[in-house]
Write a protein that binds this ligand. Structure first.
Ligand code: HEM
Length: 345
């Protein structure tokens, strides 16, 4: 299903967006003069660059034009094309008996992705290790890992380092990009909420300035939009399967040790006993309240897009900041408008 919309830049250039949702999520913004911007790709580039500069201290840049062949390959093969083989989408991880019917050959494709990404991360490690030994700069995640490797080479061997990088890239990239795309789509389908968000950004950020990290705390509605998007469309709807380390009881259910437990965040987020009008896009429900009620306690167990507890997502703070800055910047720099009225939810 295609939903065209139009975008006007502050300089007056008119853009047109067309959004295809929900199964094949592709969002493109197109300038009337012919140029075309695929927002999904831009979001993936943004999150890839963020992960890259965090891990190595070096961003890849826009469009990957000046990037190394390996980086281009990694982005094309692993980020852009291989999303079905991503961490969260292997049916056999949730229902192990499905592995016997691996008709989509997902496990084979995941093994191939694993082999190729191992080669890719090995090259990255070797390249940046040389620089680290010359400068010992300790600024990126890899620099910290190299210093740990020097102290304890057996525990922090290359295999462990590659595993850490792969987890960060695998867990942190697609999740934030998908959420940003849903947020834009929801806003385009709810112009009154879009107007309110633009108003908040314009009223709290100095004219002609982009957003800074410290601005986020003054933009509660923007943050609420991200939270409401994560409630409606959690990127990991069943979180990640966990295994019960010992026998336990959850309400009336006995869970034997070794049981694979999946937590249905999607169902919890849309439970009418917990949320009023659960299918409706209402960022207001996340706005800080005036009374003294502790909001975070209020929603702690019914809003779980990042999981909860000791194995909850360690990237939550980073992801919320990144997504708020990205969405706020889009609202600041462009005028968004949908051309054809189509209701998404
Ligand atoms: C919208 C953004 C994100 C969402 C919705 C998300 C969601 C999740 C979820 C549901 C889990 C599993 C929690 C559980 O099983 O209880 C997880 C784990 C994890 N996430 Fe995220 N995540 C996001 C962004 C990030 C980012 C930006 C990073 C890092 C840079 C990251 C790193 C990780 C890691 C390393 C784990 C595994 C933790 C463990 O196994 O102990 N995530 N995430």
């Amino acid at each position: 299903m295609s939903r065209p919309a139009s975008v006007t830049t502050p300089s007056g250039a008119s853009l047109e967006t067309s959004i295809t949702l929900p199964t094949t999520t592709t969002t493109t913004a197109r300038a009337m003069n012919g140029g075309e911007v695929n927002l999904k790709m831009k979001f993936l580039e943004l999150t890839f660059n963020t992960m890259m500069s965090m891990s190595t201290g070096e961003a890849v840049g826009e469009g990957f034009h000046n990037s190394s062949e390996e980086n281009k390959w990694f982005f094309e093969v692993l980020v852009k094309d291989n999303q079905p083989a991503s961490l969260f989408m292997i049916p056999g991880d949730y229902l192990p008996w499905l592995r016997y019917f691996d008709v989509l050959k997902i496990e084979k494709s995941v093994a191939e992705v694993g082999r190729k990404s191992d080669e890719y991360f090995q090259k990255i490690i070797e390249r940046f290790r040389k620089e680290y030994y010359v400068e010992k700069k300790s600024k990126s995640v890899l620099d910290v890992l190299f210093s740990l490797q020097l102290e304890n080479p057996e525990q922090y061997n290359d295999q462990i380092l590659k595993g850490m990088l792969l987890t960060m890239f695998g867990a942190g990239q697609d999740t934030s990009a998908i959420t940003l795309e849903w947020a834009m789509s929801l806003l385009l389908n709810h112009p009154e909420k879009l107007k309110k968000a633009v108003h908040e950004v314009d009223n709290n950020i100095e004219p002609h300035c982009l957003l800074k990290d410290s601005d986020i705390s003054n933009l509660p509605y923007l943050v609420s939009i991200i939270q409401e998007t994560l409630r409606l469309y959690p990127p990991a709807p069943l979180l990640i399967p966990h295994e019960a380390a010992r026998e336990c009881k959850v309400e009336q259910y006995d869970v034997p040790s070794g049981t694979i437990v999946a937590l249905n965040a999607w169902a919890i987020h849309r439970d009418p006993k917990e949320w009023s009008e659960p299918d409706k896009f209402m960022p207001e429900r996340f706005m800080p309240r005036d009374d003294n009620n502790n909001k975070s306690k209020d929603i702690m167990f019914k809003f779980v897009p990042f999981g909860i507890g000791r194995r909850g997502c360690p990237g939550e703070g980073l992801a919320m900041h990144l997504m708020s800055l990205a969405l706020g910047s889009l609202l600041r720099c462009f005028e968004w408008e949908k051309l054809v009225m189509m209701i998404l939810i």
